[in-house]
Design a protein around this ligand. Sequence first.
Ligand SMILES: Cc1cc2nc3c(=O)[nH]c(=O)nc-3n(C[C@H](O)[C@H](O)[C@H](O)COP(=O)(O)O)c2cc1C
Length: 371
Amino acid sequence: MAVERILAPLKTIPNHIQTIHDYEQQTSKHVTEKTWHYLQGGAMHELSVQENQFQFQNIQLIPRHLNDFTQAHTQLNLLGIDYPHPIFLAPIGHQALFHPQAEHATALAAELMQSNFVLSNFTNTDLRHLNKENPYKWFQLYWQSRETSLSLVKLAEQNLYKAIVITIDAPHSGIRDRERKVFFELPTQMQHPHTSSYFKKSQIQEGEHPIFHGLMKIAPKWEDIEWLVRHSSLPIILKGVLHSADAKKALECGVAGLIISNHGGRILDTTIPPLIALQNIRAIVPAGFPLLLDGGIRRGSDIFKAIALGANAVLIGRPYIYGLTTAGALGVAHVIRILKEEFEITMALMGTTNLNSINSDYIFQKTIVYR
Ligand SMILES: Cc1cc2nc3c(=O)[nH]c(=O)nc-3n(C[C@H](O)[C@H](O)[C@H](O)COP(=O)(O)O)c2cc1C
């Protein structure tokens, strides 16, 4: 499938690209204006997009010194699996928009960097075509009726994915002004092997409400989550939880973990910042219950702050897409390496020798002053 691009992906990484911000700037040269707005945009005023990054600047570090680092590491065990570091790749749909090798390139880089990759339900690449032996892969599901959802979960089980992530914060698409203004649309010939035409089935009948009887009618309910937990041998993780009462409900349904996220600010504007929701939810779940965080992570010190406030691991979204667009698998691997190295150096400078030793004693939260 040919997707219009401006500048071809790079084969080597020039020296001026050293940070996620450099990758972001480079990306604008490789994509069309429409794709750029699709990637960067958020809901309405995009206050949550901005706040996601601002939330980290609001937290200051209190380093400690003179610790022995000879045994230091960044490993974690999550849901019975050992991961060498806590930087995971969030589900991002339609990656053929960004690079001809799409999810193949991302998966290759993720495997090389031992980064856990969450493959989106809106993938352009069949989930069966990623390396079956790679242990660092989860599958993200957008609910599509019990029968279709379960068949996808079974396919993921057979192909050795290690967990299912159900995204629950987007039962309806967000109001993304930027996309509307540039008439963004997915190419008609784009392949989506795991969504078929299900979402088109939500077409409303005469007299029905376009929203409440449209996509909302086919969105999952708590009973569906509970049902899927019972029918899957894989751990089920809910993505997009921000309210403590929903976290409690998820636990009652037997969910194995939560991703605290506002979908990168793309669905509902002015949500509570994920870092604040993380603290609220950490306070009410049992000790050790897996909580992951995404939204706005652009530096290794952001990862440190998320872990200090209760995250077991973090996911990055747009940053690795900047890498993919700029230089395919090489770019994704480089983005992960940049963040991993920044995180390791932050740990060394903070005096924390492993993830368990990172806690809220090491941070100071400034009072927010809104301008
Ligand atoms: C272009 C784009 C596509 C996305 N597609 C999906 C998706 O298919 N499924 C999903 O659960 N989240 C999706 N997300 C949200 C990401 O998984 C993640 O929550 C978000 O990007 C994190 O914020 P960050 O981009 O600031 O790191 C998408 C985000 C972007 C930017």
